[in-house]
Design a protein around this ligand. Sequence first.
Ligand code: BT5
Length: 259
Amino acid sequence: MNYDDLKKALSKLPLGEVKYFDSIGSTNTEALAWATTDTKDLSLVIADEQTAGRGRLDRKWFTPPGTALAFSLIVHPTAEESSYLTRIVGLAALAIVDALQARSLIAQIKWPNDVLLNGRKVAGILVESVWSGEEVDYVVIGIGINVLKGAVPPADLLQFPATSLEESLGPAMEREEILRDILAGIIALRPHLGTDSFIASWEKVLAFRGEQVQIEEANGSFTVGKLLGLEPDGSLRLSDEQSNSITVRFGDVHLRPHR
Ligand code: BT5
């Protein structure tokens, strides 16, 4: 990635400072450390390659050089935004969906943090917050997107099938422009974070709505039910066989195999 092209693409956005790395361990780790030093709101860390990219629960995120977008945005939430922190993953996911829609791609959000194209994972989001006592100091929104085919890891390393934008759009794609559109989307959606229409827009693009799913939690336990939508805090709303409502806060969604 060329730093001058990057600066040019981002020049009209109201960002804080921008740090670019040809290669780094993890942009989220860098952003978390940087944010402790009075960093401005909307400062950005971006890297062409990550050698220790992270997913949730210490899973790995692959970012080979020259093929992907990997970046972390530092957000200092306002007092009002601090009441809606659990919606920030939705903010990032919706901004990605919108940027893809502008390129005529219909993407869906696999709750809580994956973006799917044609049922395959094209992007992942890792939101991390740092607290001082009861107050959140800052939030780091980490986003990884498979732009070119070379970004997609081998199938045996994946729990869920993956794809790249190139598979749908062909190779002529500027990573800088996709980045710009996603950041612009986050900035534009941010004032709506606390609104009902924000949840409605998020819910509208949820994958597997109306389908039987199982949610696997970190401890290996499963919750099964029909995926109905979202609670106001961004938790997943299911119904069980007796039509009782179930709320799930953490986990990975799997389609429930037909028996
Ligand atoms: C995620 O976690 O999907 C969050 C990924 C966030 C990555 C960004 S890149 C910029 C920033 N800096 C970081 O260090 N991280 C963030 P999770 O839902 O836990 O999914 C992780 C799983 O996705 C892995 O266990 C793999 O199975 C799969 N995976 C890894 N790399 C992938 C890729 N490039 N494309 C598709 N799937 C991948």
